[in-house]
Design a binder for this molecule. Structure first.
Ligand code: UD1
Ligand code: CA
Length: 455
């Protein structure tokens, strides 16, 4: 037996009222479809097939990083017609698992159970009981509790509308049977579509056992049709991540106010304050504290470092016990040794700052290699750009740079040098010396302030 997964993603998603195809709408920072493909890949199928249509190459391009067999559904004639587009790629003995591109929270263990239930020759359906089943296909069972068919909302009778067990869209069975039932579908229904859900009635007619697996995990079956659903899914996802972090021992001041758009790995005794967003791959060491309102992307932070409120950090690596912010902005390719301090309104770009150095206030450090024990005074700027090219600044160990200094790169400041405040430094400064550049101060005595003209 070989497993194949087909994901339906051709629909327009009219209810989104967006020019972006529904399956590309973002959940936790990446397309809905990407979430579905991720869980599909975790099933290790022989292939993942995606049926695309509305949005065309836009959907394919957005998934270029995934290994997918694509099947175009030029006209969206229904979910059954969508599966039919991929059918020729399947072998009779394959087990086919159908997923919907707009049901992104589905979990791996559930899919494994479902494929197991499909066994040799059954149709396995994932269903769920909802307090408000509106909009979903209803699971109709006979007096003995055997599933008979699925009826779509728009085709229900008033009695059927009372049924609270609904179709999640996820099903699994042998390709041979699925192909037979799909080719027998018709569009005699209120929407004039080929419904995939009608295969259930065909299975019953063929006396193929239909096993419904009723999941207790309502959230994972959530189907997204409009922006309201999208926002609800985002909060389900947020809760799922927050629960995981809490169970791992992370302190979250408010689990409803943390966003993880990627992978967050935490050591022991990590503390995360309210309203923090993590993007991409972020690793926090033991005892790391992150203050409120920080945005941290693709960054590693070692043990004991504290990020104060309102910092924006991208592609950086902090050694242990650094003190960062508040209001620090750290741009890509920035590396910090242990015990580095960055204060408020400091911007660092593509720089390496070694152990114990401090940039405490209102400074811009770009394209710089800074040694240990350096103290950068307030308002210091590395002038790294001449309008055409970027240039490097090197600041050796134990340098002291006075406030308000401009370092016009390319430039090297020698070890132990002191730069006088307010200097515009354009040449290398020698080690262990005081270098400064400054206009002479003078005073005009008895100077008269101008008077306002009479009108
Ligand atoms: C579908 C199910 C319904 C179930 C619900 C669960 C059918 C007929 N109905 O209804 O029983 O309760 O999902 O969320 O299957 N798609 C295509 N091509 C098409 C039509 C749809 O690829 O021609 C894709 C869509 O992109 C979407 C998925 O199939 O990812 C479901 O389509 P949608 O129109 O949202 O179906 P629902 O009305 O939600
Ligand atoms: Ca749907």
């Amino acid at each position: 037996m070989q497993l194949r997964i087909v994901i339906l993603a051709a629909g327009r998603g009219t209810r989104m009222r967006s020019s972006l195809p529904k399956v590309l709408q973002p959940l936790a920072g990446r397309p809905l479809l990407d979430h579905v493909i991720e869980v599909a890949e975790a099933m290790a199928p022989v292939a993942t097939h995606v049926v695309y249509g509305f949005g065309g190459d836009q959907v394919k391009d957005a998934m270029a990083h995934r290994d997918i067999e694509w099947h175009e559904q030029a006209e969206q004639l229904g979910t059954g017609h969508a599966v039919a587009q991929a059918m020729p790629a399947f072998h009779a003995n394959d087990v086919v698992l159908v997923l919907y591109g707009d049901v992104p929270l589905i979990e791996l263990e559930t899919l494994q159970q479902l494929v197991h239930l499909a066994g040799e020759n059954a149709l396995a359906l994932l269903t769920v009981r909802l307090d408000n089943p509106y909009g979903y296909g209803r699971i109709v069972r006979d007096g003995r509790g055997q599933v008979q068919c699925i009826v779509e909302e728009k085709d229900t009778t008033p009695e059927e509308r009372q049924i609270t067990e609904v179709n999640t869209g996820v099903m699994a069975c042998r390709a041979a049977s699925l192909g037979k039932w799909i080719s027998a579908l018709d569009k005699n229904n209120s929407q004039g579509e080929y419904y995939l859900t009608d295969v259930v009635a065909h299975a019953v007619a063929d006396e193929v056992p239909v096993h419904a697996f009723v999941t207790a995990n309502v959230e994972e079956t959530f189907g997204i049709n409009d922006k309201k659903h999208l926002a609800e899914a985002e909060s389900h996802y947020r809760k799922r991540i927050a629960d995981r972090l809490l169970s791992e021992g992370v302190t979250l001041v408010d689990p409803t106010r943390i966003d993880v758009r990627g992978d967050l790995t935490c050591g022991q005794d990590v503390y995360i304050d309210a309203n923090v967003t993590f993007i991409g791959d972020v690793k926090l060491g033991d005892g790391v504290q992150v203050g409120p309102n920080c945005v941290i992307r693709d960054t590693q932070i070692e043990d004991g470092t504290i990020i104060y409120p309102n910092c924006v950090i991208e592609e950086a690596h902090f050694g242990p016990r650094c003190l960062i912010g508040p209001f620090a902005r750290v741009r890509p390719q920035s590396y910090f040794g242990s015990g580095v301090k960055l204060g408020n309104f400091v911007e660092i770009k593509k720089s390496a700052i070694a152990k114990g150095s401090k940039v405490n206030h209102l400074s811009y450090i770009g394209d710089t290699t800074m040694g240990q024990g350096v103290n950068v005074g307030a308002g210091t700027i590395t002038c790294n750009y001449d309008g055409m090219n970027k240039h490097e600044t090197t600041i050796k160990d134990d340098v002291f740079i006075g406030s308000g200094t401009q370092l016009v790169a390319p430039l090297t400041i020698g070890e132990g040098a002191t730069i006088g405040a307010g200097s515009v430094i354009t040449h290398d400064a020698p080690a262990e010396s005081l270098t400064l550049e400054r206009g002479k101060q003078f005073t005009v005595e008895h100077w008269k302030k101008p008077k306002k003209k009479a009108k």
